[in-house]
Write a new protein. Sequence first.
Length: 201
Amino acid sequence: MMKDSTHNPISLPFFPLGILLLPGEKAPLRIFEPRYKQLIAECQEQSFTFGVPYIRHRKITDMGSEVKLNEVLRVFESGEMIVVIEGISLFRVLGYRKEIPGKLYGGGEVEILSPDRVVRDPAILALAEELGLLQDTGAQEKQEIGLLELAGRLNLNASDKLHLITPGEPARKEKFITGLLLLEKTIRKQKKTIGENVQLN
């Protein structure tokens, strides 16, 4: 059985947000606070990663995403920026420091969770292929999609993502993703039916 973490704590700068990015997922951010302007500027110069602890109900949870700066889309005269960040791994927060000496931003210690599990269940793979979620990979790689990579193609909300990354039995997570795939299939079928009815009218 795969362990839930690598058990190698590391320190990361923190940028707590109400989003949870799976590996490979991207999100735009507007940077306007001085502490995060400093963080992004240093990321540009030194190419380091930072942590995005997930905020839920206005509180920092113990789960989050390690991300990298993917792109700076725009810099305003005020110094504000529009940037794109990309998830590269998931972590459990072990400790939090509101300020790092010499920096405006905070940080903490995290435990990186184990790499994505490869989906082996034929039923899950069949559903994913039916929904066109495997089309981005080559024919030779269709059997090598990770559970979280697959989840990232479903445009899930943060609560569903949290359910998937919370440590637990692989079978429970596979059952959960199966339910999400079936729901997606139902939604698409309903949209198609509605579209056909509109055309008939």
